[in-house]
Design a protein around this ligand. Structure first.
Ligand code: HSE
Length: 443
């Protein structure tokens, strides 16, 4: 069948084009086929893939009736296409495709958190002007329908704070390091092989992917602009097996968290490895699973849990978005709602710098086994106004003793200053490890 004949035959359906045929694109293609009858029953009409854009061939896949394009941007020009699915990732071609699709009156579904976090304002503005939808459920927390929960389900609430494990690769690595007592690099390679990691895995391990997601979540939670560049971002690459084990002995697990808190006149947005009490619900979220806890004023705490990465889990969110768009297509023109859930965005809630917010800290030092060393460290902390919550001293290894200190809440600047003074002590071997502690439910 020629491409034209295939498109002609599809006139009575909603026609979609898929850009990108990697882990997510191919899973979406398969899920649409697998669920076609059920989707038609739910929507009252069918969805057909009429075009796929991919840079290479996929010999084993049955693409009959599907127009194949090497140049993905051409998908935006196919007249019969109603919805373009951008599942390639990256920010250059993906943006070009999305802007072209919007300009041609097509709705867009994307899983691209980097693009939306960094350039979402421009994309959403173009979409609203053109009267089309840009849906992005898969961009946050993989398969968990979290955006729908936050934007629609919690719409009557003031969100006080949310905290989430929102990078599957990072959580997989931390879990495997603890349970298998394995090294960081070895576990990262496994996450890449399983298709969880970003094309550039530094996005996962340096906290960038989680920061992209938190940017979107905070905009929806607080009605503020997308401000990726203002987040405090730290990854897990500096977390050692020793830290994971000491945290465990102190009653904590180390999780990479995205945290967004609303204060009266500002917001706190940060992603970093965090010691959380083993008794908290988030501490038992392991492997590639994601979870987000939301503290909202009317409903109280709610928790969302599910697969945060992987082809089919992400496809679940993408296909749900496609179905949502189909429902909106059938509404009267002009009834497209605000993509981030707020018709009026607030500019009066600035993002706090990391010097401003209070945290408790975990400090790991290596100290010479000399009488008085601990007393000197405690004095420096006390003079800096830093209270001590707990101390753990381990067996001496060689000529140094590992020492772990948990502090009370304090500003980061004070801790950094105290660390630099402690580092000068002849008894202390630099560098000193510093991680944050969050008791979550007590926040
Ligand atoms: N690399 C991401 C993760 C994929 O590991 O969570 C899903 O966004």
């Amino acid at each position: 069948m020629s491409n034209e004949a295939a498109l002609d035959q599809n006139k009575e359906s909603i026609n979609i084009a898929i850009a990108g045929f990697g882990t997510v694109g191919s899973a979406v293609f398969n899920l649409l086929q697998d669920m076609s009858e059920e989707i038609e029953r739910r929507l009252g009409e069918s969805i057909r893939v009429v075009a796929v854009g991919a840079r290479r061939s996929y010999p084993g896949v049955d693409f009959s009736g599907v127009q194949l394009e090497r140049d993905v941007t051409k998908l935006a020009l196919i007249p019969e296409v109603d919805i373009v699915l951008e599942l390639m990732g990256g920010t250059d071609t993906a943006k070009e495709l999305i802007i072209a699709a919007i300009a041609n009156g097509k709705h867009v579904v994307t899983a691209n958190k980097a693009l939306l976090a960094e350039m979402g304002e421009e994309i959403f503005a173009a979409a609203r002007q053109a009267g089309v939808v840009v849906a992005f459920e898969a961009a946050v927390a993989g398969g968990i329908p979290f955006i729908k929960a936050l934007r629609e389900g919690l719409a009557a609430n003031r969100i006080d704070w949310l905290a989430g494990i929102i990078n599957g690769t990072g959580n997989f690595i931390l879990t495997e390091m603890l349970t298998g007592q394995r090294a960081f690099d070895e576990v990262l390679s496994e996450a890449q092989a399983l298709g969880y990691a970003e094309a550039d895995p530094t996005f996962d391990v340096e906290g960038i992917d989680a920061a992209h997601k938190l940017t979107l979540m905070a905009a929806i939670a607080f009605g503020i602009p997308l401000q990726y560049e203002k987040l405090t971002i730290e990854g897990i690459s500096e977390v050692s097996l020793a830290d994971i084990d000491y945290a465990e002995q102190l009653g904590f697990k180390i999780k990479h968290l995205g945290i967004a808190k609303r204060h009266e006149n500002s917001v706190e947005l940060r992603v970093h490895p965090t010691l959380i009490p083993k008794s908290s619900l988030l501490a038992s979220v392991d492997g590639v699973m994601n979870a987000v806890m939301v503290q909202a004023h009317a409903v109280g705490p709610t928790l969302y849990y599910g697969a945060g990465a992987g082809g089919m889990a992400t496809a679940s969110a993408v296909v749900a978005d496609v179905m949502d768009v189909v429902r909106q297509i059938n509404l009267p023109k002009g009834s497209i709602s605000a993509p981030l859930g707020y018709e009026r965005v607030s500019a009066s809630l600035p993002v706090m710098s990391k010097e401003e917010f209070l945290c408790a800290y975990y400090l790991r030092l290596s100290v010479a086994d000399n009488t008085g060393a601990l007393a000197k460290i405690a004095t420096i902390l006390s003079e800096a106004g830093i209270g001590i919550e707990a101390i753990l001293q381990k067996e001496t290894a060689g000529d140094h003793t590992p020492l772990v200190i948990l502090t009370h809440l304090i500003e980061e600047a004070s801790v950094k200053k105290a660390i630099s003074v402690i580092s000068q002590l002849p008894d202390v071997k630099a560098p000193i490890q510093m991680l944050r502690v969050d008791y979550l439910d007590k926040a």
